[in-house]
Design a binder for this molecule. Structure first.
Ligand SMILES: Nc1ncnc2c1ncn2[C@@H]1O[C@H](COP(=O)(O)OP(=O)(O)O)[C@@H](O)[C@H]1O
Ligand SMILES: [Mg+2]
Length: 254
């Protein structure tokens, strides 16, 4: 052992994450989503299958219209699959009643959107507190919000409203909100799509850093090749089908 104590390696973080159970944080089986348009049945997602162990940094790539947002919606419960199943931490959420689902969703999956989706009349701190009140967090919501905003580098912006923050800062608040209940999975839909390149890189570095520190599993839809450079795992959609599933540039050797 040397005197300096380096941060745990990604390899180590992943080993720790895998050690607690081995159940995939996300599993999708034979997922289909179709819509009826007039007399036609439009297949938006077709027989999607994949399984994500804890600690992966997954990019979901594919051209506009390939079904990325629809797939994320089926995972988070904003949308309902027409066929197949979605398992969060081994629990089948695809056939669950809305009342049951809300609680599980609140504890299991955090969401980050392209347009940040913060509540404009609330401060940064209050925005992060919202899921804590909704999910009856046991500790102090205010203290937890403050800690998370510190984690994303916004300790000096606690009482600012979204309109008083830059785009990059707003996305940091949204990330803190997504992490508020300490969910094992965070899903992001084009999180850098509304940001300048430099701010986008900062957000990616932050997400990577949070994954290493908290063991959070990330699934990020994007068509930005700069995001793909961070992936440990890459999923590729085309025309509603999964056409690629393999290791990314940052995959750890097993
Ligand atoms: N409510 C809807 N009605 C009709 N078509 C839809 C609806 N939602 C999505 N689609 C279609 O489904 C396809 C996939 O959309 P989407 O999941 O948003 O793709 P992506 O996020 O990859 O751009 C697109 O062709 C889109 O037009
Ligand atoms: Mg989309």
């Amino acid at each position: 052992m040397s005197d300096s104590s380096p941060a745990p390696s990604p390899q180590r973080a992943l080993e720790v994450a895998r050690a607690d159970g081995g159940v995939p944080v996300l599993e999708v089986r034979h997922l289909g989503r179709s819509l009826r348009l007039g007399s036609e049945q439009l297949a938006i997602l077709k027989d999607i299958n994949f399984s994500i162990p804890k600690g992966e940094f997954v990019t979901l790539m594919g051209p506009s219209g390939s079904g990325k947002s629809t797939l994320l919606g089926c995972i988070t419960g904003l949308d309902n699959p027409s066929d197949g199943q979605v398992f969060l931490n081994g629990v089948d959420v695809s056939r669950m009643r809305e009342s049951e689902l809300a609680g599980i969703r609140n504890r299991t999956v955090g969401m980050v959107f392209q347009a940040f989706n913060l509540i404009p009349t609330l401060t940064a701190r209050e925005n992060v507190e919202v899921p804590l009140y909704a999910g009856s967090w046991r500790g102090s919501p205010s203290a937890q919000a403050e800690e998370l905003l510190g984690l994303v580098g916004l300790s000096h912006r606690l009482e600012h409203r979204p309109s008083q923050l830059s785009g990059g800062e707003q996305q940091r608040v949204a990330i803190a909100r997504a992490l508020a209940t300490q969910p094992p999975l965070v899903v992001a839909d084009e999180p850098t799509g509304n940001l300048a390149a430099a701010q986008g890189r900062e957000i990616l570095e932050l997400l990577w850093d949070l994954r290493e520190r908290m063991g959070t599993t990330l699934v990020i839809a994007t068509h930005d090749p700069n995001i793909a450079a961070y992936a440990t795992r890459m999923l590729q959609l085309a025309d509603g089908q999964l056409v690629g599933d393999g290791p990314g540039p940052r995959a750890e050797t097993r």
